[in-house]
Design a protein around this ligand. Structure first.
Ligand code: SF4
Ligand code: SF4
Length: 199
């Protein structure tokens, strides 16, 4: 059966030899031209975490959660398109008008699985007590899948609104990291209208 692809024209051995040299030199030249072009252009990457970029004011990062005003109504979990919010309570909870805090049953669990979360912020919109917010931290790198599930009700017992990730623990000699660490440790929420400036 005849071949569908026409055979390449045969070249003589010396001609093919010099053609190969020409192609090699040409491809080296093209590669070096691209390398030199980018070698002298301004870098678009930064050396994180020693430097960091400022995010837009409405950037959606790892959540910040105020457990003391969460009534465990499940509205956020129902709104979540990927079902990554897990809530458990001992009894119904409601806001005490005198204190402004949630009373009734215990919030046994409020967890978000960041292997699934897509930072859409749909969970924050139906919350009747405005206790779940998108934060400013984008980095939750960890060594295990389990560590990507943040147990917000548990960290609240340590006064935290959002987790302190490993990189934040380990890089406190960097001024902006130390300042973020101190903010998170104090339970202060991230500002909604500003971000840490570019370094
Ligand atoms: S940000 Fe979106 S995906 Fe993540 S927990 Fe909220 S609703 Fe679910
Ligand atoms: S919607 Fe708000 S109050 Fe209701 S469970 Fe979610 S975070 Fe708590």
């Amino acid at each position: 059966m005849p071949s569908a692809t026409p055979a390449a024209p045969k070249s003589s051995a010396p001609q093919g030899y010099f053609q190969n040299i020409w192609y090699t030199l040409k491809s080296i030249f093209i590669g070096m031209k691209i390398t030199l072009k980018y070698m002298f252009s301004k870098s678009v990457t930064i050396s994180y975490p020693f430097e960091r970029l400022a995010f837009a004011p409405r950037y959606r990062g790892i959540h910040e959660f105020e457990a003391d005003i969460c009534i465990a109504c499940d509205q956020c979990a129902k709104a979540c398109p990927v079902d990554c919010i897990y809530i458990d309570k001992s009894k119904p909870r409601k806001i005490d008008k005198a204190t402004g805090k949630a009373t009734g049953g215990d919030l046994l669990r409020f967890a978000i699985d960041y292997q699934k979360c897509m930072f859409c912020a749909l969970c924050t919109e139906p919350c009747p007590t405005d206790c779940i917010h998108m934060g400013k931290n984008h980095d939750l790198s960890a060594y295990s899948r389990q560590d990507m599930i943040v147990e917000f009700a548990e960290i609240d017992r340590d006064g935290l609104r959002t987790p302190i990730p490993l990189w934040m623990e380990r890089n406190q000699d960097i001024p902006w990291v130390k300042s973020e660490y101190d903010r998170v440790k104090s339970g202060e929420l991230a500002t909604k209208d500003a971000d840490i400036p570019s370094m």
